[in-house]
Design a protein around this ligand. Structure first.
Ligand code: SF4
Length: 228
């Protein structure tokens, strides 16, 4: 495999604490990729949806963003690793998010970063075939019946280490139940519910359901801490 043949459109690159899911509390480097056609109406990263040629910039511009923008820089896997070192990041856990990062073949990125001692996690909607390393932790946050018309893939559900589902109402839990029946995950896959936008009723429903089902609660710790 040629280690420099794939280039990745980077919308953001920063170090923080993972605030969601199984790795909550873990220091992590976030690599946000540009591009997503799924179209969730409540998406809080809509600036990542379009990968417009006129928004391509140098890496320095991406690193110096003071607010969310649709600007992106294109890097190879080795350039991503060089950027980690240039930034002096300490974390060894890398979260590849988006946008929809599964639009891209992430195997070269994994090859380069894992060889340098990093562990990878991908956060995906489950609507694209996964091209990740065997060691990558896969978090599927299934996006059902979204305007983009994409279906959640059974192979993504099977590969998931963790299924993290946003909930506000009972119908969201019913939809997850339906999905789990149609596309069963592997034994031992972690299932967590994440209340949408920290709404009290959503949180109450998620807590109640997690206790009843022995699932996990994911609370978006970073939003409570007011960090990125
Ligand atoms: S899949 Fe993720 S990035 Fe894409 S629209 Fe939905 S929430 Fe936003």
């Amino acid at each position: 495999m040629n280690p420099i043949s794939t280039r990745y459109p980077i919308n953001e690159l920063f170090e923080t604490i993972q605030g969601e899911g199984f790795y909550t509390g873990t220091p992590a480097i976030f690599l946000r990729l540009q591009g997503c056609p799924v179209g969730c109406p409540w998406c809080d990263t809509q600036h990542t949806w379009d990968k417009a040629a006129e928004d391509q910039v140098e890496l320095e511009t991406v690193l110096n963003k003071s607010s969310a923008t649709s600007q992106w820089a294109e890097l190879s896997a080795t350039e991503v690793l060089a950027a980690f070192k240039q930034q002096g990041f300490h974390a060894k856990h890398v979260v590849i998010t988006g946008g929809e990062p599964a639009m891209y073949d992430l195997r070269e990125l994994a090859q380069v970063l894992e060889a340098a001692g990093y562990a990878l996690q991908i956060e995906t909607s489950g609507t694209y075939e996964l091209k990740v390393s065997a060691g990558t932790w896969v978090t599927v946050s299934p996006k059902l019946d979204m305007p983009g018309g994409f279906l959640v893939r059974p192979d993504c559900m099977k590969r998931a280490n963790e299924i993290k589902h946003p909930v506000a109402m009972q119908k969201h839990i019913d939809a997850l139940d339906n999905l789990l029946e149609k596309c069963p995950p592997a034994a031992g896959t972690i299932i967590s519910l994440q209340p949408i936008s920290q709404r009290p009723r959503a949180t109450e429903l998620a807590i109640k359901t997690c206790i009843e089902r022995n699932w996990r609660l994911s609370v978006q710790l970073h939003k409570y801490l007011h960090i990125e």
